[in-house]
Design a protein around this ligand. Structure first.
Ligand code: UTP
Length: 234
């Protein structure tokens, strides 16, 4: 049994009432949790962006807008947790300490954001350190890390393997361009570098991509690790 921390983007999990993948993720998360200890950190997605835009339009400061974003991530976490029913610990963890404690139940632990000034990727990266995860998985809208935004340039170079140092370099260079899109934030990339915990970045629009990668070792993704050691399947 391994310990896994998954950062599940809010835009992957829920777009609208009609377009959400919560039900589709349930069997996948349960299948993984039957074999491994599982922590899921849920993002805010489009809902968070809507609320943050309204907060900014009202002249609220960035810290308050972040607090509103955190509430939306927790709202999404509450939805997933409720839908998982008995498979999940029944309370959304509000801190890394709580997540660690809830993990002792053997159930899936679900949480959202915790601190202003970051995203749930960073929350998940630190959680991976705190629970000494064997693997950190970032589930996003693209097939991993690319040299350019693949949604803007479909011919962008895809990296199947990167070292943590190369990841930090790519993410920090992209962060300099206004409006640039990276599947992982810089804080999370730096935590990955210092923790030595391997990271897999994969596309989650098809939830089975996640189980195929973890349980069958089949993925079109980016694997970030210091060694060339075979990581998947677990
Ligand atoms: P997300 O982690 O969802 O950001 O947090 P995102 O980049 O939009 O990710 P996707 O689309 O879900 O993949 C939403 C917002 O909530 C605040 C930030 O403002 C962030 O942009 N937040 C979240 C925090 O301030 N702290 C946290 O710990 C988490």
């Amino acid at each position: 049994m391994k310990t896994l921390v998954i950062s599940l983007g809010g835009s992957i999990l829920i777009k609208t009432t009609q377009e959400n993948r919560i039900a589709a993720y349930l069997p996948v998360l349960k299948e993984i949790a039957a074999r491994h200890r599982l922590f899921v950190v849920v993002g805010g997605g489009g809902g968070a962006r809507t609320y943050i835009d309204v907060a900014r339009s009202l002249g609220l400061d960035e810290g308050t807008s972040d607090e509103i974003g955190i509430l939306v991530t927790r709202l999404n976490a509450t939805l997933l947790l409720g839908a998982l029913r008995d498979a999940a610990y029944p309370v959304v963890a509000m801190s890394h300490n709580e997540a660690k404690k809830y993990g002792e139940s053997g159930k899936i632990v679900v949480m959202g954001g915790i601190t202003p000034g970051q995203t749930t990727d960073a929350v998940a990266a630190v959680l991976a350190e705190r629970v000494q995860a064997d693997l950190f998985i970032n589930v996003t809208s693209v097939d991993g890390i690319f040299a350019e935004d693949p949604e803007e340039n479909p011919a962008a170079k895809h990296y199947s393997r990167l070292t943590p140092a190369a990841l930090v370099k790519i993410v920090s260079e992209k962060g300099l361009t206004a409006g640039s899109h990276t599947p992982l934030d810089i804080t999370a990339a730096r935590v990955v570098e210092r923790s030595h915990i391997p990271l897999v970045v994969l596309k989650g629009t098809d939830p089975e991509n996640l189980s195929r990668a973890i349980l069958d070792g089949k993925c079109t993704c980016t694997i970030i690790s210091e060694t060339k050691k075979k990581l998947l399947p677990l």
